[in-house]
Structure formats: C-alpha cells, structure tokens
Design a protein around this ligand. Structure first.
Ligand code: NAD
Length: 478
C-alpha cells in the first residue's frame, strides 16, 4: 500500500499544474519524503475559478435529493477505501492510526449528515400587512465558496467545508494544507467517482499566500471559510473584504480546564490526559490551561502524572502507540521554548520536557506544575503535547483567569455542583463548553469560537446556514 501520486482537481480533471512545480510531502514519523504535492499557477487558479462558477450553476439547479444521492455514494466509497485512506492520513500527519480512523469516520458522518440536512433547507412565509399580498423568504446557496484549511485534521477540516458547501448547493474551491494533501485528494476522488459534476469541487495546492491573494481578488467567490491561526484569519478577512466576501473563521484557541474540589479527580485526570495528548496536542480545542482548585492540586497532579507517564509515543502506524510525532520539526523548537520559559518563570517540570532523539519530529508528553499566568505557555496557543497546571482559590477568580485571553474557542470544567456548572455556562467566554467531559462536538452540534477564535459555525444546522443566503420576494395574488 503506497502513498498516492498527488494531483490537483481543476475543472473536473486531475492535473499536475501548469509550471510543473511541486514540493515534498514529509512523513513526520521518520522524516522521509513520501510524495510530491503539485503547485498551481495563476492560470490554473483562474481555470478553477471559472469552473467553480460553471459548476455552481449546474449544482444549484439540481434537487437537494439528487445532490444527496451523489454525496451518499461518496460516503460509501470512503467507507470502501477506509483502511488505505486512514493509513495515508497517519503517514502524512503522524497521528496514531486509531485516531485517523476516528477522524475519517467523523468525516464520513459529516458528509452524510450535511447531505441529509440539505433536504431540509426551509424558507418561510411571512404574513403580510397588505391585503392580497404575500411575502416569502427562501434560502439559496450563497454562491461559489473558497476554503483554506490547516493540517491538524486532514479529513475533518476539509470535510467540514466541502460537505457544508455541497449540501447547501454551493460549489467550492479548497486549498488543503500542502503538508497533508493525500487525505483531501482521497475525499475529492470519492466525490468525483460518485458523479459530482465537473467544477463543483476544485482542489488546489501552492504557496498559500499567493493562492489566497489570487483567489480572493476574484469576484467569483461569494464565501470564504478558513480554519487556521488568528493572524492568518485576520489577513484573509482583510483580503476578502475587498470584494465583500462573507467569511467563517475557525481560528486558534487556548482552552481552560477548571477542576473543582467537588469533581471526580481521578476521572478528570484520566480524561485530561486523553484530551491533552490526542493528536499530540495539535488540536484547536485541546485543553491547554489546567486550573486546579488549591486544595486538590497535589492529588490531581499525582493522578495526572501517572497517566501522562503511561502515554506511549512512536510511529502512529505501530500497534500500542497513543501519541505520534508533531507534524514537522519546526514545531519542536517552539515546544522547547515554551518549557524553558515556563521553568524560568517559576513553573516545575514534572514529566517530559525534551525532544526525542530520532529522525522523526517527536516531543515527549510534558507536564508542568504551578506555572504562573505570565508564562508564555499560559498566553500563547501551545499546539503541542504540553500540559501546564496552576491553582485557583475561588469560582470568580478562575472565571476571570479563564476569560483573560483574547481566545474564546473551547472550555472545560469538572465539578459535582450543578450550581457551578450553571454559572460557568453563562460566564465563560467561549463558543463551546464541556462539563465533566472533554467531548465538545458532534456532527450535529455547532462548532465555533468567540472573540479572536473567530466567528461562524461548522456542524449542525448553523454549519449549513454558513453557505446559504436569504432571498425575499413579495407577490400580489389578487
Ligand atoms: P496557519 O494559519 O499558519 O495555517 C493554516 C492553514 O492555512 C495551512 O494549511 C496554511 O497552508 C494555510 N495558510 C497559511 N497562510 C495562508 C495564506 N496567507 N493564505 C491561505 N492559506 C494560508 O496555522 P497553523 O499553525 O499551520 O495551524 C494551526 C492553527 O490552526 C492553530 O491556531 C489552530 O488552533 C488552528 N485551527 C483552528 C481550528 C478551528 O476549527 N477553530 C481547527 C484546526 C486548527
């Protein structure tokens, strides 16, 4: 089973790009080159734009039922190709195969859920104040869409955009990450094999800033959906503003976890370990600031330490591995900087704290205790396998500290008190909150942030709404 030859999907054809340029795809588990990802020229991008408009005019006129049939067929093809696609996802991104399988299954579920929900895009009749007149508001696909997505979830980051757009009746041009291209190509292949008309989906790769600048200068796209960091999100929104392209921004986070003394402490420590080291911490909703009530801090730390020490790192394709490498070497220096800064600010290193000597991009699962809020790791998104703890004395204090950053994506709390849970639901500034659990999203629930973590939603009916516009009409019928 080998890594596939990679091509771009432009106007219904799989192509290598006009200038024949490409860049290597590196396996982060051993540093080997596993493929070459082609780059689009500006004329390739122009063809993608034109075909996107043509595809839109075919796809929007099909019934939601016939669109659903195509998407359902693609979901079945992704099921048939599950093992090979999951193996390639682990090869290019590094996460353990078991996590790739969960991710791919969620991607398939997203496609099915959106495809079905596309049949329920209802409008409304508004009673008129004028006799003999009726008002109608109907939902229509917003137009050709554009998407740029990060590498950390090569299947679901792509599918959240593609399935939402297609189910709403939009066409979409997507630029997945050049670091994890095969998974996006596998999704595109399934959709084309299922009978998606040419131009409805275009997949391009290239130099990200050049691709986005060119595509967003066009008047064809009417929607931009981005998953990535806050600075790039702000930059893309500025480009989109020139043509008043509406945006959905799924950006970074720095999620607090509040553990209260009335929580089940061992269960919380175990769940925090699973949540923190999933995908080696490279998750926008990863728990990243562990605020523990003073009286239980030492007990929690001991339980947390025991679980962190049991995390088994290695090549994600090997059995028994539950944490893979970071996506690339560039992330290792960043981790080292976070740890040395935290220790210099007074934090204690409890577990890990070093890169692993190997050809892969491995960093040890790391636990730091009593880290002051002034440390870099408490203010900058870590996006890696480092868990810093700190203590708190009261509910008001932990709410203030949780809300103190510009981010507002996810938050978690462990408490046995319904009253505390109720206060957190109203006071915590984040788009998503999980209490006594780290499970914070499903395909049918709205996923999105507040503050600098972005705006707009994916998943749930809100995710479909993101690709719809409202058209109003009135009619005199007598
Ligand atoms: P990044 O913003 O640098 O890159 C994200 C993606 O955007 C990459 O594929 C990159 O190629 C592309 N990109 C970069 N500059 C671009 C440009 N000028 N034009 C078009 N595309 C461009 O972020 P990163 O550090 O690689 O990824 C991690 C970030 O993504 C974290 O901040 C994480 O929280 C965020 N993220 C958010 C969500 C969410 O749903 N909120 C999900 C996953 C990741």
């Amino acid at each position: 089973m080998s890594y596939p030859e990679l091509k771009m999907l432009i106007a219904g054809d799989w192509v290598v790009g006009g200038a024949g340029k490409s860049e290597p795809v590196i396996c982060p588990a051993d540093g080997s080159e596993i493929g070459q990802v082609p780059h689009a020229t500006t004329s390739d991008l122009d063809r993608a734009l034109e075909s996107s408009l043509e595809g839109f005019n075919v796809w929007r006129k099909m019934t939601p039922h016939s669109r659903q049939a195509v998407l359902e067929k693609a979901a079945r093809l992704l099921e048939d190709r599950f093992e090979v696609n999951c193996t390639n996802l682990t090869r290019e991104m590094g996460k353990p195969l078991a996590e790739s399988k969960i991710e791919m299954q969620v991607a398939i579920d997203l496609l099915r859920w959106y495809a079905e929900e596309g049949k329920r895009v209802y409008g409304r009749i508004i009673p008129s104040r004028f006799p003999g007149m009726q008002h109608e508001a109907r939902k229509v696909p917003v137009g050709p869409a554009l998407a740029f997505v990060a590498w950390n979830f090569p299947a679901t980051n792509v599918m959240r955009k593609v399935a939402g757009a297609l189910a709403a009746g939009c066409s979409i041009i997507i630029k997945p990450s050049e670091e994890t291209p095969a998974t996006a190509v596998a999704i595109g292949t399934a959709l084309m094999d299922a009978g998606l008309p040419a131009g409805v989906l275009n997949i391009v790769f290239g130099v990200p800033a050049q691709v986005s600048e060119h595509l967003l200068a066009s008047t064809i796209p009417r929607k931009l959906s981005f998953t990535g960091s806050v600075p790039v999100g702000i930059h893309l929104q500025q480009l989109a503003a020139k043509n008043l392209i509406r945006c959905t921004m799924e950006l970074g986070g720095h999620s607090p976890v509040m553990v209260f003394k009335d929580a089940d402490i061992d269960a919380a420590a175990q769940l925090c370990t699973q949540g923190k080291f999933r995908n080696a911490g490279q998750v926008c909703i990863s728990p990243t600031r562990f605020f523990i009530e003073e009286s239980i801090h030492d007990q929690f730390l001991e339980a947390f330490k025991k679980h962190v020490e049991a995390v088994n790192i290695g090549n994600g394709l090997d059995a028994g591995v539950n944490m893979g490498p970071l996506v690339a070497d560039r992330r290792l220096d960043i981790m080292e900087g976070f740890v040395s800064n935290a220790v210099s600010e007074g934090g204690e290193l409890i577990v890990g704290g070093e890169r692993v000597q190997s050809s892969g991009s491995f960093y040890q699962p790391t636990l730091l205790a009593n880290v002051p809020d002034s440390a870099q790791i408490m203010t900058e998104e870590p996006f890696g396998p480092i868990a810093p703890t700190a203590t708190f004395a009261s509910l008001d204090e932990v709410i203030d500290r949780s809300n103190s950053l510009p981010f507002g994506l996810a938050a978690y709390a462990f408490t046995g008190s319904p009253k505390t849970a109720g206060v957190l639901k109203t006071e915590i500034e984040s788009g998503m909150l999980a209490i006594n659990s780290l499970h914070i999203h499903s395909v049918e629930t709205p996923f999105g942030g507040l503050k600098n973590s972005g705006y707009g939603y994916e998943g749930g009916i809100e995710g479909l709404e993101a690709f719809l516009a409202t058209k109003y009409s009135s009619e005199v019928y007598t």
